[in-house]
Design a protein around this ligand. Structure first.
Ligand SMILES: [Zn+2]
Length: 312
């Protein structure tokens, strides 16, 4: 095989990632997402990366990142490259904001929290999904400056395909509106950091929790404005309590350390996770590598999955 072919082949291999925020221990939903993304790329000889999403400095603690990486390693999930910490990547985010400013799509938002509440039209209380109607769009900035900054997203519906949920057609204007990319408190925002990092790391597929499905169209628009390829997306269903109710505050009870205290080994957990992802007919203790030959997106259930009652 010529070296050119080898390089072309390596370029076409999938790159996946798991990107936790270090705000606590990983719970079963996080671990299931991590395993699914690892299996999806590893089953095709690809690379898997861990990225620590610690861009929100006030909420994130390095000690949690260490615990999370250790728990992933206990399941056999290790990053194929040095772990990237978002808190160390300000230069990249600033460059992306300068790029958007030069395009004329970055603007300063002077709305107060109260203004935003009055402007919000979404009936539910989820602040993350209250669409911002672009009131401050005229206040364009020529380059990055440390103030609340939003990007003017192009109008229109984004059609995209979710590997689990199928064809999607979302209008960012009705979901997020123009997202904040730099916050008044001095933090780069999640929407900016995640899109820049996935683009710069060459991530080709993203597996994440279904709670982020509604921001995907916004990420598509940002990828276009910043010149990045669109990765493939798969949004997994929730891991619920045994009664199918949201885990919520009980999520901490479903961490690897809590399961260990109940006598559940990492291999037993992997067997359950692998079963919940359609790799096994019944939950049987195994290693992550044992699941590789059995993983297929066609077999992953799109709905939620309830944790065993004995584990809570
Ligand atoms: Zn505003």
């Amino acid at each position: 095989m010529s070296s050119v072919l080898t390089k072309a082949e390596s370029l076409s291999l999938p790159v996946g990632r798991f990107a936790p925020s270090p705000t606590g221990e990983l719970h079963l939903g996080n671990l299931r997402t991590a395993l699914a993304s690892w299996l999806s790329v590893k089953a095709r000889g690809g690379r898997w990366l861990i990225r620590i999403e610690d861009v929100d400095l006030a909420r994130c603690k390095p000690v949690w990142a260490e615990t999370q990486v250790r728990d992933l390693a206990a399941l056999g999930l290790e990053s194929d490259a040095a772990i990237v910490w978002q808190a160390q990547r300000s230069e990249w985010y600033r460059a992306a904001l300068d790029h958007l400013a030069r395009q004329g799509s970055l603007y300063r938002c002077r709305c107060s929290r109260k203004d935003l509440q009055l402007l919000a039209s979404a009936p539910h209380g989820d602040e993350r999904l209250r669409p911002y109607p672009g009131r401050c769009r005229a206040d364009k900035v020529a380059r990055f400056l440390p103030d609340a900054l939003r990007v003017a997203l192009p109008a229109g519906v984004v059609a995209w395909e979710d590997r689990l949920c199928g064809a999607q057609a979302d209008d960012p204007a009705t979901l997020t509106g123009d997202p904040v990319l730099y916050r008044r408190d001095g933090c780069f925002a999640y929407h900016l950091a995640v899109v820049v990092d996935d683009g710069e790391q060459g991530v080709t597929e993203i597996v994440r929790g279904g709670d982020l499905r509604e921001v995907t169209a916004t990420h598509f628009r940002l990828q276009e404005l910043l010149g990045y390829q669109h990765p493939q997306y798969a949004h997994l269903g929730l891991v619920t309590g045994p009664d199918h109710a949201r885990l919520g505050k009980r999520a901490g009870a479903a961490s690897l350390s809590a399961l260990r205290e109940r006598g559940v080994t990492p291999e037993e957990l992997l067997g359950w996770l692998g079963w919940s992802l359609g790799c096994l007919e019944r939950p049987e203790a195994c290693r992550a590598t044992d699941l590789l030959a059995h993983f297929s997106w066609d077999r992953v259930p799109a709905g939620s999955v309830a944790i065993p009652a004995a584990w809570t």
